[in-house]
Design a protein around this ligand. Sequence first.
Ligand code: KE4
Length: 428
Amino acid sequence: MSRSAELFDRAKAVLPGGVNSPVRAFRAVGGTPFFVARARGACLTDVDGKTYLDYVCSWGPLILGHAHPAVLDAIRGAAERGWSYGAPCEAEVELAELVRQRMPSIEMIRFVNSGTEATMAAVRVARAATQRSVILKFEGCYHGHADSFLVKAGSGVATLGLPDSPGVPAALAELTVTVPFNDRPAVEDVFARRGKEIATVIVEPYVGNAGFIPPEPGFHAALRALCDRHGAVLIFDEVMTGFRVAPGGAAERLGVRADLTTLGKIIGGGLPVGAYGGRADLMRMVAPEGPVYQAGTLAGNPVAMAAGLATLRETERPGFYDGLERRTARLVAGIGDAARRHGVPASGGHAGSLWGVFFTAGPVRNFAQAKGSDVGLFARWHRAALARGVFLAPSAFEAGFVSSAHTDADIDFTIAQLDAALGEARAR
Ligand code: KE4
């Protein structure tokens, strides 16, 4: 038995499913998850000494790859000055100013410890500002595990949401309406019926939690116009896309200004950080300046702030994003070529270094179409790729990431291995 398998057995005795986050259990792709011993650059090494080229990158934070020297130095330096103060420190202000400079729609910001906290708080601010209760979200978009987001579409488009997890009260789920991503008529219909009740529209500008699904041209501009017309708050959940799809996130790539934006992942450089921010008039409603309560023991943690600052500063190097996008485009194109050679229908895409591939002819515009892809083939492909030293996200409904530590030689190696893995997966 491998060390990972032994550890997984031990883990399952004390951790639900043996993991601290469900997707890590590999249930969507089968097999036993490997346990990581160490990581550096583009690679993870497991407790059995096997090394993998990592396209999960801690689910997005590690845009520089693992254990980047500049981030390591920043973490060490901060830790030597003490690692939690429960009082303000300069690094919080520096990171806030850097985020605002990169994403000017974020006039003011509050740091929290996770993306979930960020989206929870942003929705609370939107509900307070509008004095309305209804949330409009999109199928397949994930905004963390707060009750109001664990909701599936009711029977009809504009009907009430239904709990998508035990423990979510129906009374709360009813306040969330879910419509298909990229479905402008469906959004217009909900606003026509319930415009006066809608506090906020929350959306992943580029969907990364249903696999990778890009917005159709004009979709977000339409959301912006509808929110303006009906007095709703537009929230861009950029926990995954922030500083990933462009230097200024999806807002820069799309040229649409959200009222509030949520961030996470990259701004912590791999340490626990989330944030919500946006229009100053909205953010000034947050305690202690305003009445909307939100707090957090470790918010603005000095070591996490230092890791986020070091990470963002590294991304400001000339050509950083262009190089990342070029390598990601080559990867996605290589997978597409391999699928054609194997006679497998595939539909891939990327925005910056956020990417994904569905095994279906495509195009994939929404979650229903994503669910129509061949997830069994994906699972076999994932396992065959892992055996060849390439770690893909362990679900057809997750996105992939490329870091600046991935070299052109890594991309070439990956394409060759994924080609062989697809041939094996298809044959089974
Ligand atoms: P966290 O609470 O996991 O830090 O962030 C929640 C969240 C919010 N918004 C978006 C757009 C997100 O992608 C996430 C978290 N992303 C998942 C990846 N599918 C985290 C991986 C996991 O749950 O283990």
